[in-house]
Design a protein around this ligand. Structure first.
Ligand code: PEP
Ligand code: MN
Length: 503
């Protein structure tokens, strides 16, 4: 079957390129003197700059932020990083999803519940399909900043600043001036959202003893309906079997892990939440293979362990990514990101050169830590075939082992004749299938997907088995930035990916 062929293929790849121990993953014996600090980005040219009119209000907002406690901890950050190492080595799959622009007003029980449930349900389908654990990261609890192609726009004949996300200004035309007080509000909305996520997970929202609503009634095509129903039955049967034989007595079925992420765009905010903290036990510097760890203990020189005992963590989210518009090698964002201990993502669009990509990896991950960097490719359905192979080959030759994640959303945004931003489900699926296929063809594998989605029944993307058409877009179009998959379209995409693995 396809599945067996894929496994054999991946196994062969590891035989050809044994992943551990990689000499370049071993801890460096001495850390080079460096000029990095949480504020060193300020000396570099910056894109998507934030120019406030009231500097003293900014200073006071940032000083307040710098006193507030971390939203996430180093232990959690390292847990995610080691899970992403598994993804990079083909032992797990990564599902990342959420709103394009999260608003402060989404910090409310039902939209958060809907997103947790949708991510959980999609991940069950992916576990079934890929036959691997799934690492879940939400674009949530901090996804408040948006890069814009133009600093201003015309609303009702007047020129106003573009909406740059709730962390900077408001969507209402009268609220478009940048407000430094929003930096502090972002922290509190982020913390309140994550607090509710943690509370709901601890209270059993993800408890698989609760029946899940798979709601496949919308699937119009009978063949497709039957196919999806088979997948759901197979998952439900497995869960029932696990309960029957009692393998659910541990914590496994009661709760899941869900990590948070956002684009690290507003560096003032990110800097204020960057803290030098002690590394948790069990996660040494340059966390690598067991072999490498033994090696580092034997060769440890006095003072070295001391020097490595602390690191800089961005405590606003577990995972941050650099957007496609702010990834310049010499720019402020790359400078900021290179000093972080967190796992990070880099958006890779069609303008990325292969050598540039490798240079970027060398800058942000000089020790070639496996899975530290997730490359989030987003070329568009027409460009993926020409761009991805060169990027895969260049990264392979560089010795970096990354997580390859496909964002099939951002290269496939179109405007309808009446000017509504949308995406076709078929284009999204097409880029994703191409990515799966191309990776396989090049002795690589797709590690995960990055999606814009919502648990609500919005009508922002066209297509899918519900058969949404252009005329339907006005029914429930509520995004404040890019069009998102609704819950049915998102689940359907998970079914299609699972189908790819299962044949
Ligand atoms: C996004 O993820 O919402 C985004 C702006 O993506 P990109 O940087 O890939 O354009
Ligand atoms: Mn977006």
């Amino acid at each position: 079957s396809d599945n067996a062929a894929a496994s054999a293929f991946i196994a062969q790849q590891f035989l050809d390129n044994p992943p551990e121990p990689l000499p370049n993953e071993r801890p460096l014996k001495s850390v080079p003197v460096d000029t990095w600090s949480p504020s060193s980005w300020r000396t570099k040219p910056i894109k998507q700059e934030v120019s406030y009119t009231d500097p003293s209000a900014v200073t006071s907002a940032l000083s307040q932020l710098s006193h507030l406690p971390p939203i996430v901890t180093p232990t959690e950050i390292h847990k995610l990083k080691s899970s992403l190492r598994d993804v990079a080595l083909g032992k797990a799959f990564l599902l990342q999803g959420g709103d394009c622009a999260e608003l402060f007003s989404y910090c409310s029980d039902s939209p958060i519940d809907a997103k947790i449930k949708l991510l959980l349900q999609m991940s069950l389908v992916l576990i079934w399909g890929a036959n691997k654990p799934v690492v879940r990261i939400a674009r949530m609890a901090g996804q408040y900043a948006k890069p814009r192609s133009s600093p201003t726009e015309t609303v009702n004949g007047a020129t106003v600043l573009s909406f740059r996300g709730d962390i900077l200004n408001g969507f209402e035309p009268a609220a478009r001036d940048l407000d430094p007080g929003r930096l502090v509000q972002a922290y509190f909305h982020s913390a309140a959202t994550l607090n509710y996520v943690r509370a709901q997970l601890a209270s059993g929202i993800a408890d698989l003893h609760n029946p899940l609503d798979w709601g496949l009634g919308h699937v119009r095509d009978p063949a497709l309906q039957e196919r999806y129903q088979r997948i759901v039955s197979s998952i439900t049967d497995s869960l029932r079997f696990m309960r029957t034989v009692g393998v659910d007595t541990g914590a496994g079925l009661q709760t899941v892990e869900l990590f948070t992420s956002h684009e690290g765009l507003v560096l003032e905010y990110e800097e204020a939440l960057t803290r030098r903290l002690r590394r948790p036990a069990g996660y040494p510097a340059s966390f690598a293979t067991d072999d490498a760890r033994v090696d580092s203990d034997e060769n440890a020189i006095d003072g070295e362990a001391e020097g490595d005992a602390k690191a800089f963590y961005n405590t606003s989210a577990h995972f941050l990514w650099i957007g496609d518009r702010t990834r310049q090698l010499e720019g402020a964002h790359v400078e900021y990101f290179r000093g972080l201990e967190n796992p990070i993502g880099i958006k890779v669009g069609p303008s990325m050169k292969a050598l540039e990509l490798v240079e970027l990896l060398d800058i942000v991950n000089p020790q070639k830590e496996i899975g530290k960097v997730t490359l989030i490719t987003r070329y568009g359905q027409d460009k993926v075939e020409t761009m991805l192979p060169g990027h895969i080959e260049a990264v392979k030759a560089s010795g970096h082992v990354v997580v390859w994640q496909c964002d099939p959303m951002h290269g496939n945004t179109r405007s309808t004749p009446t000017g509504i931003k949308t995406r076709h489900f078929s284009s999204i699926f097409s880029e994703l299938s191409s990515a799966l296929k191309i990776h396989k063809l090049h002795g690589s594998f797709l590690g995960g997907v990055h999606l814009e989605l919502t648990g609500d029944a919005v009508t922002e993307c066209i297509g899918g088995s519900e058969g949404l058409v252009e005329e339907d877009l006005s029914l429930n179009y509520t995004t404040f930035c890019d069009p998102r998959l609704n819950e049915k379209q998102a689940l359907e995409l998970a079914f299609l990916v699972a189908g790819h693995y299962r044949g």
